[in-house]
Design a binder for this molecule. Structure first.
Ligand code: 4NP
Length: 164
């Protein structure tokens, strides 16, 4: 008898862990579950300014309008995360670079950019909406970020489902 595959462990990563990665975390969890892929999903930031704080109210609001609840608290990426997770998904190239600096030599996690899975702009950055985007959508770019994250999370989940 073969033992069941352990759940896939996914970590969404941004700078502050209050705007983009909490949304990415909630969307990855929703889409992986919808695809029937067993997974645990968490998020973290490369910076420590907001550790312990809830998600930015603009992210929480855009999540709420799409039926998602963000109830995590910000935490900072640690070297241990490279052992505890299978996949770390960075929101932009700077996050990816910073994560690589912290990665131990025996890291288990593979590092990716979230928009590797966005067919509209593969490998592009998820822009940081913290200071308000120029592509204002009423929520200062947060709705645009949500759409990028949703497309990416759906394609990521579909790929993992095929790999299962
Ligand atoms: P996030 O956004 O990386 O998507 O959580 C930011 C949050 C806070 C700051 C920058 C980006 N900050 O400079 O405090």
């Amino acid at each position: 008898m073969t033992s069941p595959t352990p759940p896939l462990r996914v970590l969404a990563l941004c700078l502050g862990n209050i705007c983009r990665s909490p949304l990415a975390e909630a969307l990855l969890r929703r889409e992986l579950e919808a695809a029937g892929v067993r997974a645990t999903v968490d998020s973290a930031g490369t910076g420590d300014w907001h550790v312990g704080r809830p998600a930015d109210p603009r992210s929480a609001e855009v999540a709420r309008t799409h039926g998602l609840v963000l109830n995590g608290r910000a935490r900072q990426l640690t070297a241990q995360d490279f052992t505890d997770f299978d996949v770390i998904v960075a929101m932009d190239a700077q996050n990816l670079h910073d994560a690589r600096q912290l990665a131990p030599v025996d890291a288990r996690a593979s590092l990716h950019l979230m928009r590797e899975w966005d067919a509209q702009a593969p490998g592009a950055d998820v822009p940081d909406p913290y200071y308000g985007g120029s592509d204002s959508d009423g929520l200062g770019g947060f709705e645009t970020v949500y759409a990028m994250l949703e497309r990416s999370a759906q394609a990521f989940a579909a790929q993992r489902k095929r790999a299962d």
